[in-house]
Design a protein around this ligand. Structure first.
Ligand SMILES: [Zn+2]
Length: 351
């Protein structure tokens, strides 16, 4: 029951481990994209030179004509092939990291729960066993399948963005060098749209695999009776996560379903010491700070996090912490909790 300093430290160590894998995958993807751009940059430079030369010669090139130039078609085909290659690499590039995240989450989650046991001979305590390897393999397979499916449309989107970048006019009056540089910058940014997507995919899948392993491990330990939604409370935490922090759920609850790029975790909470059979050992209270206490003790950070209007409504008792998070269902992704809009909060406050 008692979430103590060691519990919170282990939970944040686990979180740091996941972050390291996310960061490493971001670096690897960025390096691959930069290298791939080097391989096609000349082609685009040449294509842009052809477009600008024909315009300079007085040809009123329509967007369709630009797209249909042999040179453009060649650059687009080459880029599409390159992006398909990149998309196919994402899964293999992330596979080892996903595996490590899942394995290490299973190991470290056990430590988070075990830190809450009373100070008695460990033979008297429930054993904390690692979840079945087959359950972890399923989580890994599922993640890799998701990564594969979501990587496929990535090249089409980036090629479309590059095509629009090429046909969009540059301001008249620009010299050819400035126009060429601007057009190359725009096409590169279209190409890097694919990288942005790949990085988001890597991050989302790694976090979801981590959460699934965390859940499997908590469900496998009978001493775990609940999971607690934990947000890093700071001036930059969003209102939804402030509202959710500290709330408790059954151990088999998937999630936490925070928003994209969310950093929240479920911390396992174990049976009380009395329920474990040690009613005579005094159990310290949970150390997890409630959102309300945090807000009361850090008014400046709370105003930054919530915004002055939300903060005021909360202080005046017009809304409660739970009003600040709203479940949003998404057909392409899992449901997520997001900050309730001020307009909706004002409506809720009136009723
Ligand atoms: Zn948040």
């Amino acid at each position: 029951m008692a979430i103590n300093e060691l519990t919170l430290r282990r939970a944040s160590e686990l979180r740091a481990v996941v972050d390291e894998y996310v960061d490493a995958s971001t670096r690897a993807l960025t390096a691959r994209w930069a290298q791939a751009w080097q391989e096609i940059a000349q082609e685009w430079q040449d294509t842009i030179a052809v477009v600008l030369a024909r315009k300079a010669a007085g040809e009123p090139l329509t967007p369709a004509q630009i797209t249909n130039l042999a040179r453009t078609q060649r650059a687009l085909a080459m880029t599409a092939a390159k992006l398909q290659e990149l998309a196919a690499e994402i899964g293999p590039l992330l596979e080892d990291s996903i595996r490590e995240v899942v394995e290490r989450t299973a190991d470290l989650t056990t430590g988070v729960a075990a830190s809450q046991m009373p100070p008695v001979d460990s033979k008297l305590l429930p054993s904390f066993t690692r979840v079945d390897q087959s359950a972890l393999e399923q989580i890994i397979e599922r993640s890799l399948g998701q990564i594969h499916a979501s990587s496929l449309p990535l090249s089409d989107e980036a090629v479309d963005a590059m095509k629009s970048a090429l046909i969009r006019a540059v301001p008249s009056g620009w010299g050819p060098a400035a126009a060429a540089a601007e057009m190359l910058k725009r096409t590169r940014s279209g190409f890097n749209g694919g990288l942005t997507r790949a990085m988001r995919l890597a991050r989302t899948e790694m976090l979801d695999a981590h959460r699934a392993a965390n859940r499997a491990q908590n469900m496998g330990n009978p001493a775990v009776t609940a999971v607690v939604w934990h947000a890093e409370l700071s001036s930059r935490t969003c209102p939804s996560c402030v509202g959710k922090h500290g709330t408790e759920y059954p151990p088999d609850t998937p999630g936490p379903f925070d928003h994209q790029n969310g950093r929240c975790t479920f911390i396992p909470k174990t049976q009380s010491w009395a329920d474990l059979g040690f009613p005579d050992i005094e159990e310290p209270p949970d150390l997890i700070q409630s959102s309300q206490d945090w807000i009361d003790q850090n008014p400046h950070d709370a105003v930054s996090a919530l915004g002055p209007d939300r903060y005021r409504m909360l202080m005046d008792g017009d809304i409660s912490l739970s009003d600040m998070a709203k479940r949003v269902d998404n057909p392409d992704w899992r449901p997520s909790y997001q900050a309730t809009s001020l307009a909706d909060l004002r409506k809720a406050a009136k009723t």
